[in-house]
Ligand binder design. Sequence first.
Ligand code: RP5
Length: 179
Amino acid sequence: MVSEKNTIKPGTNPVAVVMGSDSDMDTMRGCIEQLKSFGIEPLVRIISAHRTPKVAAEFAQNAAENGIQVIIAAAGMAAHLAGALAAHTSLPIIGVPLFSSAGLGGVDALLSTVQMPPGVPVATMGIGPMGARNAACLAAQILGLSDSGVAGRLREYKKQQAAQTEAKNQVLRERMGGG
Ligand code: RP5
């Protein structure tokens, strides 16, 4: 088992992006890019609740000591990764349920991730790419409570989103003949 106890430089990666398999990477790339757009360099790992359960437990147990403040956990099928990590840490865990071609269209992962027992919460996003991007936004919002740089970049992102939507509305109005 590869231990990460003393290998992660504390404070350098406030957000960890953990996924169950390399087959999840295509979807989670959107999450990683979104985090980077907020100036957050994530720690990225493949850890499986079922295939490497001891690594998952150790990772979560040491996460806070390693300077991680938020963990994003993505998995498909019977997705227990987010919950398994939440069992071993009090850090906020954001779960991203993923579509898997061998699974039930992502609903299997959604239900496995969201239905946590009381006292062990997982903030569960929507299925797939939009959930992956929202996980990054939520992680940034949590960090933004104590990091003014991240908070400022989030404000800018929201402004850009509003400007894009207003521009689309303007185009629509012109196409529809004004008014
Ligand atoms: C889950 O099973 C992984 O998160 C992945 O979404 C799914 C399939 O994994 P692979 O068989 O592609 O490794 O644990």
